[in-house]
Write a protein that binds this ligand. Structure first.
Ligand code: AMP
Length: 310
């Protein structure tokens, strides 16, 4: 079994209070693929420019990610630049250059089309829909997006959302998309469009999930060192969707999805410890297991009877 992801493959310029990177490997599909590679075979779909060197492909290939559907196109690779202040939940986008994505028409190989799980990472919703149409057999499809597409391509984004099983979005963007200030009502509205599962990413506060069976939430893993949150959302999605892909014979019921949330949370927490892909690229399976176990201990409590006054 395998997971196919379409999304940005990028060079990022990022400034946080802890340092600067002028040009590092990034992109929603890249962060997702590295995280998901711990769970299943991953196939990345998307274009790169002439400036994308073998050293960049190697970051993915070294984790066993299939890169055959990364198309080389004349021009420059997608470029994004952002800056964070002391509140790392709040980032400002300085520049977005679609470059080779502007005229991209995804043509998936047979292997990518045959994946049983599909992730439509953040990119223009029309591209997400084109890939969705080519993966008609996928048993679980999740989608992420962002404010840029909510503002510039809302109708197409809602069509794309209506064609998937799960929406994973920042909580502020979920409110912006649905025009509902309340998260539970926002999730209900999205579920009315089609997806059975809605996950709201809440940055350093964790993530919340609504399914037909109920609500579940986890805090972010408490860390003393957070250097660069770029890609945390995609790493979360990689852990979450990857965990589902690793259970091909189990339907993604609520309880499995709660465990998937824990793996997503763990992967996101590693991602933010260093810039870009640096930390996840050299992560080990044992480190992931240890962090999930610790998250389990830290979020468990035992209810005991108590007679309350009144
Ligand atoms: P995240 O921090 O998980 O929301 O994702 C950060 C990644 O998203 C960066 O590596 C960027 O290259 C990528 N990105 C930023 N803006 C866009 C956009 N408009 N479309 C696709 N990818 C983007």
């Amino acid at each position: 079994m395998s997971v196919t992801v379409v999304g940005s493959i990028a060079f990022d310029a990022v400034k946080t209070p802890f340092g600067v990177r002028e040009r590092m490997l990034g992109g929603s599909a890249v962060h997702f693929a590295l995280a998901a590679s711990f769970f299943d075979e991953v196939r990345v779909v998307g274009p790169v420019g002439d400036d994308f060197g073998p050293e960049h492909v190697a970051v993915l290939a070294d984790r066993g990610v299939h890169t055959d559907d990364i198309e080389r196109v004349p021009g420059s690779t997608f470029f994004w630049s952002g800056v964070y202040g002391w509140d790392l939940n709040d980032r400002e986008t300085l520049d977005t250059q679609l470059n080779v994505f502007a005229n991209f028409e995804p043509k998936l190989s047979e292997s990518s089309r045959a994946s049983d799980v599909l992730f439509l990472a953040n990119i223009q919703p029309d591209l997400q829909r084109q890939v969705r149409a080519q993966c008609a057999e996928a048993r679980f499809v999740a989608l992420d997006s962002m404010n840029l597409w909510i503002e510039t391509a809302r109708t197409s984004l809602i069509k794309a959302i209506s064609e998937v099983d799960c929406l994973i979005l920042n909580d502020a963007e979920l409110r912006q998309l649905t025009k509902e200030p309340n998260l539970v009502l926002a999730a209900r509205k999205v579920r009315g469009w089609g997806p059975r599962v809605v996950v709201a990413k809440q940055g350093e506060y964790g993530a919340a999930m609504v399914t037909e069976e109920g609500f579940f939430a986890l805090p972010a893993f408490p860390l003393e060192t957070v250097v660069d949150p770029t890609g945390a959302g995609d790493s979360f999605a990689g852990g979450f969707v990857g965990y589902i892909a690793a259970h091909p014979h189990e339907p993604p019921h609520h309880e499995l999805l709660c465990r998937a949330m824990a793996y997503g949370t763990a992967l996101a927490s590693f991602n933010v410890e260093e810039f870009g892909t640096e930390r996840v690229a050299r992560l080990s399976s044992d480190e992931i297991h240890d962090r999930v176990a610790e998250l389990g201990r830290m979020t468990r409590f035992i209810e005991k009877p108590l007679t309350l006054r009144g």
